[in-house]
Design a protein around this ligand. Structure first.
Ligand SMILES: *Cc1c(COP(=O)(O)O)cnc(C)c1O
Length: 395
């Protein structure tokens, strides 16, 4: 009666011993600035719902209307019979918003990254990739079987050296980076990377998951933020974070998009979004253009909360965006801080190795446009109190 999966239970026991075992928090309300998890009302600093669009009345209504008219499912993958007019309209809407030729929507940002990198490269090719790039980029790189060259985080000179070494070698080159890094909240040095890519004839690809709806005019992302229009060949965005719904997209030339229609495996082999998802995403882009004050509020809240954490004496690392880590060192401490915060009515996730390096464990906070000043003051007060109690803060 030997259980061939017994090793899994042993691993779980070891995680419990180390204090890094994580139970899933269960959300029992809407995903909003104040929400109910596991029977407790808390200030939610753990969502990617930057602009509060998960509950926006226009998105809600668009989803309901699309469901009434078109049902709940698309019935097939895009290439068989699952391309609905709503999917085409959404792609055109995003392309117009991003001022690019064309756009393809995927089921998730993860699928967009993994599917695209794997589709456009072959084992003869080379990828030059920031060491902190998102898991979906790493998986896409592995799936492509191209040769992977990792450069130190945000080290433009190292990226350029690697590209220079590859000059004259067979195969294509792809330079790839997150626009905003999800664990530290810092922004990629895009102007320098774009220049390096241009100098060495590399394809430039940017994953704007945490910058879509956050950076650039009306949330157009890091390419707009830095004024690099026309110089990034593959722009990835997500519909699951600031947009408030679900999905991912790739923007670029018409040829890139049509190629992905033919070769991106999640596009070919996984069913397309339900009508409600496509319709509510479209409504979200209208909201980005009609309600820029949401982005303004997001940044006001970001500055206020970050300043409050720093003034209290917390180490917030190198964050430049609404993602603000509170770095505490050991994973056990991060999880203890997260648990204590929750007891006091604040939800912020503890994150340790291997998601972040050993010794850099943290509690990650993300404020949104819909947090009130009172929410933020209360959260800061709890952070200070719990930080002192756990010995993370002096005094
Ligand atoms: C969240 C995230 C993704 C994945 O997006 P989903 O739409 O949630 O699948 C991809 N890249 C980065 C950098 C992310 O932070």
């Amino acid at each position: 009666m030997n259980d061939p999966l017994a090793y899994l239970g042993e691993q779980l026991a070891a995680w419990k011993q180390a204090g890094t075992y994580q139970r899933l928090r269960v959300l029992e309300s809407e995903s909003a600035a104040e929400a109910r998890f596991d029977g407790k009302d808390v200030i939610n600093l753990a969502s990617n719902n930057y602009l509060g669009l998960t509950t926006h009345p226009k998105l809600r209504e668009a989803a309901l209307e699309a469901t009434r008219r078109y049902g709940v499912g698309s019935g097939a993958v895009r290439t068989i019979s699952g391309t609905m007019s709503l999917h085409m309209q959404l792609e055109e809407r995003i392309a117009r918003f991003k001022n690019v030729e064309a756009c393809v929507v995927f089921q998730s940002g993860f699928a967009a990254n993994a599917g695209t990198v794997a589709a456009v490269l072959t084992p003869e090719d080379h990828i030059v990739s920031d060491e902190l790039n998102h898991a979906s980029i790493i998986d896409g790189c592995r799936l492509s079987r191209a040769k992977i060259h990792v450069f130190p985080h945000k080290d433009t000179a190292a990226a350029e050296r690697k590209l220079a070494e590859l000059d004259g070698q067979p195969g294509r080159k792809l330079l790839i980076t997150d626009g905003v890094f999800s664990m530290d909240g810092d922004i990629a040095p895009l102007p320098g990377l774009v220049e390096a890519a241009e100098k060495h004839g590399a394809i430039m690809m940017v994953d704007d998951a945490h910058s879509s709806g956050v950076l650039g005019r009306n949330g157009r992302g890091t390419i707009d933020h830095f004024g690099l229009h026309g110089r990034v060949h593959i722009q990835v965005g997500t519909l699951s974070k600031a947009i408030g719904v679900l999905g991912g997209y790739v923007c670029g030339s018409r040829a890139l998009i049509e190629f992905l229609y033919h070769r991106a495996r999640p596009f070919l082999f996984s069913t397309s979004h339900p009508p409600a998802v496509a319709a509510s995403c479209m409504a979200a882009f209208d909201v980005l253009e009609e309600e820029p004050e949401r982005i303004q509020k997001l940044w006001d809240n970001t500055r206020y909360f970050k300043q409050g954490l720093r003034a209290a004496g917390f180490n917030t690392g190198v964050s430049e965006t609404p993602i603000t880590p509170v770095i505490v060192g050991e994973a056990r401490t991060a999880h203890a801080l997260s648990a204590a915060l929750f007891e006091e009515g604040v939800l912020a996730t503890g994150i340790g190795f291997p998601t972040v390096p050993e010794g850099k464990a943290r509690v990650r906070t993300i404020v949104t446009a819909t947090h009130t000043r009172e929410d933020l003051d209360r959260a800061l007060e709890v952070f200070r109190r719990v930080g002192k109690k756990l010995g993370i803060l002096g005094g």
